[in-house]
Design a binder for this molecule. Structure first.
Ligand code: SAH
Length: 238
């Protein structure tokens, strides 16, 4: 192995450490957002504006709900309840920590579950998740969870996502960006994740055969947090 690879921050990722960490976190919006619950409203509004714009740019009708979305690394379903339910009829959930999906079913997304608008709930990490659904997804939403996958796992995961995407569907990545002055990804020991640079994300999208349709910075976040960027992607072959 080359020196560069040995040094790679993602080599330190340990899934068991990450799951242990998340099991200590309260199943509420404050826990999901690392002590910045006030960010949620701005975040959800930004996502809604971004998705509406991308739908317009790609020539899709914006008024209608799409058929199926999946909330990946969903936590307690903050995004499903606050945004995805407004754009998709049925939503699947992927989240490895059971106490979060228990909360989702008991509280955050209770109404949606009762109305049959949440279909499958997968308790799995994205590195091992496989969809058993007969339908494909119009929208695969990945937010604040992809740092738990290594670079190699992420490329493999994106390739899997491409197979699960309906015609005209989109993969959205909304993640923090590394602010490292030397342009390196940053490893966080506490939750065993990496924060990637934008350059790294673009490289991994390319390696995964994804085209970048549109990207935007999330505006209005408190100073002192990482920059957050949204990327809308679709497979080159679709
Ligand atoms: N996306 C949600 C939750 C963010 S918190 C939101 O924005 O509100 C990060 C989530 O990633 C936690 O729920 C954590 O359990 C989950 N997670 C940890 N490891 C993961 C993995 N390997 N694959 C998918 N999700 C993971």
């Amino acid at each position: 192995m080359s020196e560069v690879e040995e040094d790679a921050p993602d080599a330190s990722i340990n899934h068991a450490v990450a799951i242990d960490y998340w099991n200590t976190v309260q199943p509420n919006v404050n826990g999901m957002l690392g002590g910045f619950p006030q960010v949620s409203r701005i975040d959800l509004q930004g996502s809604s504006n971004f998705y509406a714009k991308v739908r317009r740019l790609t020539g899709r009708q914006t008024g209608e709900l799409v058929s199926h979305a999946v909330d990946c690394g969903a936590g307690i379903g903050r995004i499903t309840a606050g945004f995805l339910a407004k754009v998709a009829q049925v939503i699947d959930i992927v989240e490895p920590v059971k106490k979060f999906t228990d909360e989702l079913q008991a509280d955050t997304c209770k109404d949606l579950v009762e109305k049959g608008r949440i279909d499958a709930i997968y308790n799995a990490g994205l590195e091992s998740w496989t969809s058993t659904a007969l339908y494909k997804y119009d929208l695969i939403w990945n937010q604040w969870c992809l740092g738990h996958l290594t670079d190699a796992q992420l490329v493999e995961y994106f390739s899997r996502c491409s197979q699960y995407l309906a015609e005209g569907g989109l993969i959205v990545v909304k993640e923090n960006l590394s602010s490292d002055p030397n342009g390196r990804d940053l490893f966080d020991e506490e939750d065993s994740s990496v924060t990637r640079t934008e350059i790294k994300f673009r490289k991994l999208f390319e390696e995964s055969g994804l085209d970048l349709v549109w990207s935007e910075v999330q505006r209005g976040l408190p100073k002192g947090l990482y920059a957050v960027k949204m990327f809308a992607l679709r497979p080159k072959h679709l």
